[in-house]
Design a protein around this ligand. Structure first.
Ligand code: NDP
Ligand code: HSE
Length: 438
């Protein structure tokens, strides 16, 4: 079939969850996109290793191929869309596309967070664009917001629920009492999870996304390895229940805030007061709360994963880049240049100050509580409130405390000492609490 004049031609590598969503939008909304852009987007090829599997969409004859190199070396293709995931050979495919003068769109946050510096440099050298809206928070246009809409602001802090799978699991455990592994299986069946779901549940996927956001927001080099990362695998129904009794929800939170010459960047399960704007963000939904100097606080909310929401973000990048190609726009609002150096450094987790939830398993013997609170006091940790549940002779029972702000290093040392007490059984559970001292 001869290609329409003025069309922008697209090749997708990877016909999985996101590839199928992207193809559905491009094919089903072709006319609408042409009307809005003023020229057609033509999906020339999709490459996948498996060309037989049903992906829920019928492609025109000849579109589906098995060899990605056909797309990478096709002089007619303007934009290569990498939706296969993983590091290799995705990185080599993207670099080859760039060398061949093609613009690139990708949803691959793992690749960008770990190898992005080299990829963005190559794109700059070859004067091509990289679209990566779908790499962070699925359907929420947060890359555009941070890179373009807030360009006149100094961003002070970002608090985000940016992993749909773990938020889905925590919501199912909190609201329906579903156990962890069943909730994870559901998230996988819905197409939310990564190929290796430990990335989702151990906080690694959130750290990949926060790496990208922090670089754009604070102008620091990609710092994935420096991000303190803790997942949700140790969260128990008991802690969810205690959190609720204190008026809190447990969320896997991505936090980035500037203080002086440091940026605090961390991912961990966090207790948020029920009244907090993002405590009620449930299921696969993501939310990002940003405080900037000119705008003040802003909240962005939407589906963070899944076929169509993510496909929507991919298509927005394709349309944006295609508009630049056809209309010969001098440039997009801001080129993505990832700095190699910055005056700001990433704060060590030991130095952060926050409030804490502590759950001890203690034998109900006279003097136990005063010994625990005495050790906390030695480390400048003061208790805000406490719950003790039940009394059982010769059996440890949970004792739960909420503290005022303390330094992480002090907390770790105090708990190490407390856990050595003969009246304390097992390792004390501690969770960080955000949302301000109440
Ligand atoms: P899937 O596993 O569903 O799809 C990936 C597809 O790529 C599979 O069909 C796979 O084939 C194919 N593939 C693998 N290697 C090659 C190759 N060498 N050539 C051609 N095709 C290949 O993953 P998703 O669609 O879920 O994710 C894709 C990317 O999008 C990842 O980077 C992910 O992190 C990101 N993302 C995913 C979201 C989601 O909601 N799922 C949301 C946001 C981003 P086969 O199965 O045969 O190996
Ligand atoms: N696995 C990711 C998530 C996909 O659950 O959020 C979206 O990036």
């Amino acid at each position: 079939m001869p290609l329409k004049k003025q069309s922008v031609r697209i090749g997708i590598i990877g016909f999985g969850t996101v590839g199928a969503g992207t193809a559905k939008i491009l094919l089903r909304k072709g006319r609408q996109l042409e009307r809005k852009l003023g020229f057609p987007l033509v999906l020339k090829n999709i490459a996948d290793l498996d060309t037989k599997r049903d992906r829920g969409i019928k492609l025109p004859a000849g579109v589906l191929i098995s060899n990605a190199n056909t797309i990478l070396n096709d002089p007619e293709i303007d934009i290569v869309v990498e939706l296969m995931g993983g590091i290799h050979p995705a990185k080599e495919f993207i670099l080859q596309a760039i060398r061949n003068g093609k613009h690139v769109v990708t949803a691959n946050k793992a690749l960008l967070a770990t190898e992005g510096q080299e990829i963005f440099k190559a794109a700059e050298k070859n004067n091509v664009d990289i679209g990566f809206e779908a790499s962070v928070a699925g359907s929420i246009p947060i890359i555009k917001v941070v890179r373009e809409s807030l360009i006149g602001n100094s961003i002070q802090s970002i608090y985000g629920i940016i992993n749909g799978t773990s938020n889905y699991i925590l919501t199912k455990m909190t609201e329906e009492g579903v156990d962890f592994s069943s909730a994870l299986k559901e998230a996988q069946a819905l197409g939310y999870a990564e190929a290796d779901p430990t990335f989702d549940i151990e906080g690694i996927d959130s750290a990949h996304k926060l790496t990208i956001l922090v670089s754009l927001a604070f102008g620091v080099p990609f710092s994935f390895k420096k991000i303190y990362t803790e997942g949700i695998t140790k969260i128990t129904p008991l802690d969810i229940q205690f959190a609720s009794e204190f008026g809190y929800k447990i969320k896997l939170l991505a936090i980035a805030k500037q203080s002086g010459k440091d940026v605090e960047v961390r991912i961990h399960p966090t207790m948020l007061p029920d009244s907090h704007m993002i405590a009620g963000v449930n299921g696969v939904f993501n939310a990002i709360y940003i405080e900037s100097d000119a705008t003040g606080p802003q909240l962005y909310y939407g589906r963070g994963a899944g076929e169509m929401p993510t496909g929507s973000a991919v298509v927005s990048d394709i349309a944006d880049i295609a508009g630049g190609i056809r209309n010969r726009a001098a440039d997009r609002v801001q080129k993505t240049i990832i700095p190699e150096h910055s005056d700001l450094s990433i704060k060590k987790i030991d130095d952060i100050q926050t409030c804490y939830y502590l759950r001890f398993s203690a034998f109900d013997k006279p003097g136990v509580l005063s010994r625990i609170s005495g050790i906390l006091g030695e480390y400048n940790i003061s208790i805000k409130s406490m719950i003790q549940k039940g009394r059982q002779a010769d059996k440890a029972v949970p004792v739960v405390m909420m503290t005022h702000e303390a330094r992480e290093k002090d907390m770790v040392q105090a708990l190490r000492k407390i856990d050595r007490l003969s009246a304390v059984s097992g390792k004390t559970v501690y969770l960080r609490v955000e949302g301000g001292e109440s």
